[in-house]
Design a protein around this ligand. Structure first.
Ligand code: NAG
Ligand code: NAG
Ligand code: NAG
Ligand code: NAG
Ligand code: NAG
Length: 203
């Protein structure tokens, strides 16, 4: 009985060590790497493998079970242009989830379970062009959720459960042309919810 318990314990310990060393190991062992493109799609990942090589341009983490983006996960990736995180189990976007990514153009976050976007989730993303947030569970858009994204053109969030848009939610988005937002439950849009959106043509 005790012996059996002991060997189970040893097995669990080994498994932990194995998983931990696997998590710390080169991302290209778990994922496929081709030039600056890393494909971690459909690998049953529960977290983002690290470290991510600094020269990465395309990072595909779609179709996994990632449930958390720790602030700073995507750091020091000056050339990252496309980040795929759709079809995961992400529940919230914390401040600093996506920051200081000078080359990021497209960010795919649709089909997750995002209910909350904290102010500062998207920061210093000077080239972000398209942001896909549709098919999540977003209920409320907070002030500061989308601010100072000078290149943002397309923001898609249809099929969420947004019922309120607070003032200051959208600020200084000079190039936003497509705000795709039907299939929500919007009941209240506060004065000042949309400020300085000179390019908006479709909503
Ligand atoms: C990425 O990897 C998945 C799983 O191996 C594969 O199905 C998919 O075709 C790959 N995508 C690309 C763009 O190589
Ligand atoms: C992911 O998990 C599913 C279900 O357990 C399994 O069928 C599949 O082979 C796993 N895929 C990988 C890449 O491990
Ligand atoms: C990013 O791309 C530029 C231009 O191609 C290159 O000079 C630089 O070394 C790259 N940075 C990294 C960290 O790979
Ligand atoms: C999404 O999150 C809610 C609670 O925030 C939970 O009840 C639900 O099961 C989650 N759905 C999935 C698919 O994870
Ligand atoms: C905004 O759009 C204009 C017209 O397409 C373009 O010239 C400009 O570079 C864009 N600004 C940014 C910061 O992307």
């Amino acid at each position: 009985m005790f012996h059996q318990f002991k060997s189970t314990f040893v097995l669990v310990l080994f498994l932990r060590l194995f998983l931990e060393s696997r998590a710390a190991s080169n991302i290209c062992i778990i994922c496929s790497c081709r030039g600056n493109i890393i494909n971690c799609s459909s690998r049953n990942l529960t977290s983002v493998p690290r470290p991510i090589p600094p020269n990465t341009q395309t990072l595909n983490m779609a179709f996994n079970h990632i449930n958390e983006i720790k602030p700073g996960t995507f750091q020091n990736l000056p050339n990252l242009t496309d980040l795929y995180l759709h079809y995961n189990d992400i529940k919230e976007l914390k401040a600093g989830s996506f920051q200081n990514l000078p080359s990021l153009r497209t960010l795919y976050l649709y089909e997750n379970n995002i209910s909350e976007i904290h102010a500062g989730a998207f920061q210093n993303l000077p080239r972000l062009h398209s942001l896909y947030l549709h098919k999540n569970d977003i209920k409320e858009l907070k002030a500061g959720s989308f601010q100072n994204l000078p290149s943002l053109r397309t923001l898609k969030w249809l099929s969420n459960h947004i019922n309120e848009i607070k003032p200051g939610t959208f600020q200084n988005l000079p190039n936003l042309t497509d705000l795709v937002s039907h299939k929500n439950d919007i009941k209240e849009i506060h004065a000042g919810a949309f400020q300085n959106l000179p390019s908006l043509s479709q909503m």
